[in-house]
Design a protein around this ligand. Sequence first.
Ligand code: FHN
Length: 424
Amino acid sequence: MLKEWFKRAKLGIFLHWGIYSKGDTSESWEFFNGAISYEDYFKQAKYFTAENFNADNLAKLIKDSGAKYAVLTSKHHDGVALFDTKYSDLKIQNITPCKRDLIKEYTDALRKENIKVGIYYSLIDWSDKRYPTVYPYDEPKEKHLKNIYNSPAGKDADYKAWEEFLEFNNNQIKELLTNYGNVDLIWFDGDWERSEKQWKIDDLKKHIYKYNKDIVINSRVKDKGDYKTPEQGVPVKRLPDYWELCLTTNESWGYQKKDKHFKSPFQIISIFIDCITMGGNLLLGVGPKENGDIPKEEVKILKELGNFIRDNEEAIYNTDAGFDRNFYPGGANISLDKKTLYLFVTGKPGEKIFLKGINNKAKKVSHLKTGKELNFNYYGGAPWHNITGQLWIDTKKLPKYKYATVIKVEYDEEIKLNPDAIDK
Ligand code: FHN
């Protein structure tokens, strides 16, 4: 059962931080794809100082953005741990000038700000020699990938080494779940390179619940987690299960100097509205630099998003997704008692908006931020034929608002949707 806090949180911040954060390469993929050598990729480690990193400031920025949880890469596919693991030498304390335990600082700081603690962990480890010892999905060696980082590349599989690798992952996961206080969410990645059987997903889950039975697990454990994780593409339809869209602010997960293709605050707020009104959360990517600074474009986005959320809190956290776009195309949320609708109007409000397919009559319509009442009228409808009218709301007098406006529509009783209504 997905934890209630996760559904109410709506926004999380996804931090990709590692030796790649100098800004010249992507996280892990560059050496895997052969764009640069493994050695050159690891040469970046000497620049990872984290000297300007202040976890308390980061936690404040996250809080300011309106996010209720955050997820930080404790280890990406390159295998470098951001925490002081005793199970591997490949950790920042050994290979970078930064000797601190950044996971410790991060988890402590989040808790001070009452932000739920999420930790990203890559199941894949392209640096560990015990990882490329079995073929993806146990396919025959002739058939499969020759990449030396994820397969034995022509050699026979070594199942003993693979077992050792799984034990290593489990040990690191145990460290993360027991050395850093209560972890609210574990965010796995990289399950695609092996089958469910190879990963021993059921055992992995048992292992996790042994240390924390209340933890939320994302679905990248062969779809056996608590919620789905679409990536970079906003779903077009509502998904049957709860979901979280992970999305970069530009095109990159980690900081990359040359990537200036940032979405504007308006775009991010529009996507956020789209997600929450379609039954999902947004997990927004942020890529700190190697010294711990957060790129200024991302700071701006977080602040603007936070302003929008603060102005409209009532319509965001303690709500459920309203209904499909065919009732109201702008997206709506519904209060938990099902008596209030929050309609989102992105961009400049026009003359009127309308709602259809709702059987009850509204008692009051207002602008959420100021409480200013708005005129509304019903047109059409023939209840004796199961035909609902349309609720038309006058939006001309809405105060101008930068990114989006929320209209509150109150009813005396629970809202009754009538999806079969046809306005003849
Ligand atoms: O390969 C990773 C990628 O680098 C990044 O971490 C994203 C974030 O969801 N996950 C993987 C691709 O799905």
